[in-house]
Ligand binder design. Sequence first.
Ligand code: NAD
Ligand code: IPM
Ligand code: MN
Length: 350
Amino acid sequence: MNTYQIALIPGDGIGIDVIDAAMVVMNAAAGRHRFALETQRFPWSCDHYLKTGAMMPEDGIETLRPFDAIFLGAVGWPATVPDAVSLHGLLLPIRKAFNQYANIRPHRLLAGVEGPLKAEGFDILCIRENTEGEYSGAGGRVHQGRDNEVAVETSIFTREGVERILRFGFEQARARRRHLTSVTKSNAQKYSMVFWDEITRELAADYPDVTVSHMHIDAMAAKMVMNPQDLDVVVASNLFGDILTDLGAAIQGGLGFAASANICPDRSAPSMFEPVHGSAPDIAGKNIANPIAAIWSGAQMLDHLGETGAAADVLSAIEGATRQGIGTRPGRNSTVEITAAVVAALGGRA
Ligand code: NAD
Ligand code: IPM
Ligand code: MN
């Protein structure tokens, strides 16, 4: 029997509710498919910061390195710890240190879920660059607090970074409907985004079987609302991908449905799985967070571990629940009820 070592970082707010819920489903799937998930829980969070002065210990990255995967809830509790401190102390350094440069975010309408749009039948795979670009962390502030204060935040795009994310996108497109949309803002950003467009054109020559569209981020935002069914694989830089995937979450019915996998494609380090949403302070601790995004992210984790049958079963079980109307509207069912319905659809008992 295969046993996988999973690092759990529930984090803050509803991160805790949804990771606990998703682990119930993961363990049910493991039981049925005869593998085991051995978990170690790390309390790294804003509470941990208030107690220790750090979001994670100094050797946090080295502690996580031997694990087969990391399963994370959400990080951030802005009422007590500034977001720039909490996110730069935990989530963002993990993505970077483990070279999780490909952030895979699928968007489609699950059976029984009514999105806010008339468009049905969309199935978008957003591939977000996850380690550089607008999130490089390069910059600074001078003359702080004075009238002549200046703040600079530099986007860094490397040939290696842009090539590898686009190649990843082309490969995904090949395995799907063979259409790739590259999203930039090269009409205004004349260095980085023109560079990105050039690399897209160069690589397209290696993938003659994939059709390529170039879209600007503003037009893309409109297209996702007007005609999402025309999109297949969408590749975008870190910030643009971040924004588009909350939009993707909205068109699939809400943030409670949007899953995400931070993949280190060469497997030299663990990959990390987490819902797209954050800690949702407005609903934390009320047992009303939708755990489907986290359960779906867990399915991505099982798939990455090679448990493809279990991953497919979890996805079917999610839709088994939503098809019956469970979890399809905010407030309709509790976190615990939705989890139980998914486990029941898997053929087990929560
Ligand atoms: P958020 O995603 O936490 O919440 C936005 C809205 O969506 C809220 O109204 C919330 O109630 C709702 N929502 C989110 N997830 C839901 C779910 N599973 N079920 C039902 N409703 C859900 O975004 P925010 O309010 O901008 O951020 C809150 C905190 O989380 C901040 O500290 C932010 O930086 C952080 N954050 C962390 C991550 C992450 O760790 N990956 C992602 C996004 C935001
Ligand atoms: C996400 C989140 C993070 C991001 C934040 C919390 C830093 O919004 O995972 O989508 O922008 O990557
Ligand atoms: Mn986001």
